[in-house]
Design a protein around this ligand. Structure first.
Ligand SMILES: NC(=O)c1ccc[n+]([C@@H]2O[C@H](COP(=O)([O-])OP(=O)(O)OC[C@H]3O[C@@H](n4cnc5c(N)ncnc54)[C@H](OP(=O)(O)O)[C@@H]3O)[C@@H](O)[C@H]2O)c1
Length: 296
């Protein structure tokens, strides 16, 4: 089995290099070898790789910058998944793609199901929703995993930013009225590999479409930051900020170019049932990543 993996240096792409390796020949490419902003580059990379499966974690993920780079975000997140889909459909290849909690407005009080109506509040969410639709319309067999609050050892993320700021500052103010589930890139990669294996062995049993893929439990950015910082303090990392100086604030007190959903909770029951998986609590994945970071 030949697997083309885009965005190999992103958080999820990096972990996918490891998780996909036992499944077959992984052709892992970065932007210089397969630029999602260029239709020619993208089609050439796919045709050259002759894949049976295309796994596409590459994306325009700068949520705030997307508000002023609308065309780029749209080309990479909305148009490219459709091109990948048309190439895959020609070859009979499966596409695995990733989307986001930001397709929702966050106004619901419970957990978002796959059939809940999206209503993105910003350019990034709009572009990712358009990408889901362009891939679905391509006619390719596909899985779309919507995930949330991704972190990992490799790449930039909230957890690493908190560790840096906690070492530099006497006080931190963190948004406490947005809730979701921090999800490790390793978990996303491992679930992807499991789903591919299941779909290959059981062609009729695992239907195409959208699945919510997030770690178990829920937290706020503020409680998440406290957990990161206190774990690092116990591990002996240089932490300057005192525990009682990590202050909760409202979203309104931290204005950003893009609106973010207040409720990012994704119901993962469909994925767990379809693929026979349990999604562990977010602290499990986080503590594992923090151990790797703190032990250098
Ligand atoms: N991060 C989150 O919190 C989060 C939350 C929900 C959903 N998601 C989704 O999860 C998936 C993986 O996210 P992630 O956190 O792994 O993202 P990431 O760490 O930001 O990595 C994105 C990757 O995409 C590549 N890329 C960007 N533009 C490209 C282009 N024009 N052509 C080719 N490659 C390009 C980047 O390459 P360079 O290294 O060259 O920039 C990078 O390797 C994405 O679909 C994202 O929308 C992420």
């Amino acid at each position: 089995m030949r697997i083309l993996l885009t965005g190999k240096n992103g958080q999820v792409g990096f972990e996918l290099q490891r998780a996909l390796a036992p499944l077959g020949t992984v052709i892992a490419v970065e932007r210089s070898e397969c630029d999602l902003e260029s239709e020619t580059s993208l089609r050439n990379a796919i045709r050259g790789a002759e894949p049976d499966i295309i796994v596409n974690p590459a994306a325009y993920t700068a949520v705030d910058r997307a508000e002023s780079e609308v065309a780029r975000a749209h080309a990479i997140n909305a148009v490219a998944p459709g091109i990948i889909g048309t190439e895959a459909a020609r070859r009979g290849a499966l596409v695995v793609h990733y989307s986001t909690d930001y397709v929702f407005d966050g106004a619901a009080s419970g957990w978002y199901d796959e059939q809940d109506a999206p209503n993105p509040q910003g350019v990034y969410g709009e572009s990712k929703l358009a990408g889901e639709k362009s891939l679905a319309a391509s006619g390719a067999r596909h899985l779309i995993f919507r995930t949330s609050w991704v972190f990992g050892v490799h790449g930039a993320n909230f957890a690493k930013t908190m560790l840096r700021l906690a070492a530099e500052r006497d006080e931190l103010k963190i948004v406490a009225d947005q809730i979701g589930a921090p999800t490790s890139a390793a978990l996303i990669a491992d679930v992807t590999a499991h789903a591919i294996r299941k779909i290959q062995s059981d062609r009729n049993g695992s239907p195409d479409g959208i699945y919510h893929l997030a770690a178990g439990g829920e937290t706020s950015w503020h409680a998440y930051a406290r957990h990161i910082i206190e774990t690092a303090r116990r591990a002996g990392l240089p932490i300057r900020v005192a525990a009682d100086a990590i202050l909760p604030i409202a979203t309104a007190e931290y204005p950003t170019p893009a609106c973010r959903p207040a409720n990012s909770r994704l119901n993962t029951a469909k994925l767990q049932k379809t693929f026979g998986l349990i999604l562990p609590h977010w602290q499990r994945g986080l503590d594992h990543v923090l151990q790797q970071i703190t032990r250098g």
